[in-house]
Design a protein. Structure first.
Lengths: 171, 235
């Protein structure tokens, strides 16, 4: 059993952010972490989802592949990766709810990633994570390859959490 | 030396979509007396309800073999593999440096019954890979059909695994025993997957497992009725 637990929380409609989340999760696995993948539930009405065949089809699959975050998840995690779509506003509040859902996030590592490196979204997540007492991992510079960057980010944040735990400063 | 692992003494996980029996410690079932046998680390007997399944999750440094007894198992992974596995097929996923995958009952109306086996690889940090092949049902009737082994063979399909271990399947009738010779220093695990199996005069029922050490060979046959087994030849 690994010494670092990683929770990857994401929201995705078309699958783009899901691919980012999976890449970060795979990086965490490669760094020998334990992994939980969780998808935030849709805030849209059933009628809105029904109007988009792609959204509906992807949603059916993702509802099968993932459950929504549970209160025990952030408590379990040493690292919380927050993967968000490029165009997102209401969903950010969902990520913040995950961080607020437990009082034990202080000292844990938060690792926001955003499709397209959307700074507005990332800043909102940084703020929420910092206010929850978390250690916020900086994003990797934009290399033009979101997936490779997310995978590397997953690896790096595990090593970061591992180093913090060894130093007695982490979760 | 023959050591019986009775079906009813296995660990259990029961969810609304899953009934799983764990021959060895797995998930919430932990028993230091049953942590595996040689390189065989996990042997789960899973029944998945229609539409149910294991969501996306990760593995590292493990040879994962799936063997479907009934129904179909849909697989999707981070290597881009997307397949449905059925009876008389074998799937081996070498997790190596890391894989994320999900596996589900492929049917929305029929249950799926499959065995999932984890074998500890002989080396870490291997390149992840996926293998799947089918064979004719007659190939395991009254004979041990090699499913996986450490060497690539060319006369018929079998999966290559990164461990000094061979995995066979056989479907056996009561009055038609077959012999299996065990190499010096080798160990064998026999798992009765379906029906009844007789092993050196000892009757195994469905779900029973048998650890075999320091024996020169095995006489394998059906019990009072036909049976299907998996045999693991281990270093």
């Amino acid at each position: 059993m690994s010494d670092v637990n990683v929770l990857v929380v994401f929201y995705s409609r078309s699958g783009r952010t899901e691919r980012l989340a999976l890449a970060a999760g795979l990086g965490a696995i490669q760094a020998r972490a334990n992994l939980r993948l969780r998808r935030l539930a849709d805030l849209a009405t059933p009628a809105m989802i029904e109007a988009s065949p792609t959204w509906k089809e992807t949603l059916i699959r993702m509802n099968r592949d993932y459950v929504a975050p549970r209160p025990a998840d952030p408590a379990w995690a040493d690292v919380i990766v927050l993967a968000t779509p490029a165009e997102s506003s209401v969903e950010v509040e969902g990520y913040c709810d995950v961080l607020r859902s437990t009082g034990t996030t202080a000292g844990k590592v938060a690792a926001p990633i955003a499709a397209g490196m959307n700074e507005t979204i990332l800043r909102a997540l940084y703020g929420a994570a910092a206010c929850a007492g978390m250690i916020v991992a900086p994003v990797r510079p934009d290399s033009g390859d979101d997936i490779a960057a997310a995978r590397e980010h997953g690896r790096v944040v595990v090593e970061m959490a591992r180093a913090l735990k060894r130093a007695g400063a982490g979760p | 030396m023959l050591t019986l692992r009775k079906a009813e003494e296995r660990g259990q996980t029961r969810l609304d979509w899953l009934t799983s029996y764990h021959t060895f410690s797995f998930g919430g079932y932990s028993d230091p007396r049953h942590m595996g046998f040689r390189a065989l680390r996990v042997l789960n007997d899973d029944r998945v309800a229609p539409g149910g399944g294991f969501g996306a999750h990760g593995h590292r440094d493990m040879e994962i073999l799936s063997y479907v007894l009934e129904g179909g198992l849909a697989h999707r992974d981070s290597m881009g593999e997307k397949h449905v596995l059925g009876p008389n097929e074998v799937q081996v996923m070498s997790a190596g440096t890391g894989v994320i995958h999900g596996e589900f009952n492929a049917s929305s109306t029929e249950p799926t019954h499959f065995l999932q086996i984890w074998i500890i690889p002989s080396a870490e940090d291997l390149e992840p890979s996926y293998q799947q092949f089918a064979y004719a049902p007659g190939e395991k009737l009254g004979a041990l059909r090699l499913l996986a082994g450490p060497d690539r063979i060319t006369d018929r399909p079998a999966a290559v695994i990164h461990q000094d271990a061979k995995v066979y399947a056989a479907r056996l009738r009561p009055a038609e025993p077959i012999e299996y010779s065990i190499g010096s220093g080798r160990h064998v695990w026999v798992q009765c997957a379906v029906g009844e199996i007789d092993v050196n005069g000892l009757r195994l029922k469905e779900g029973d497992g048998l650890a075999v050490s320091e024996e020169p060979g095995l006489t394998l046959g059906g019990g009072s009725r036909d049976g299907e087994l998996l045999l693991f030849d281990l270093a």
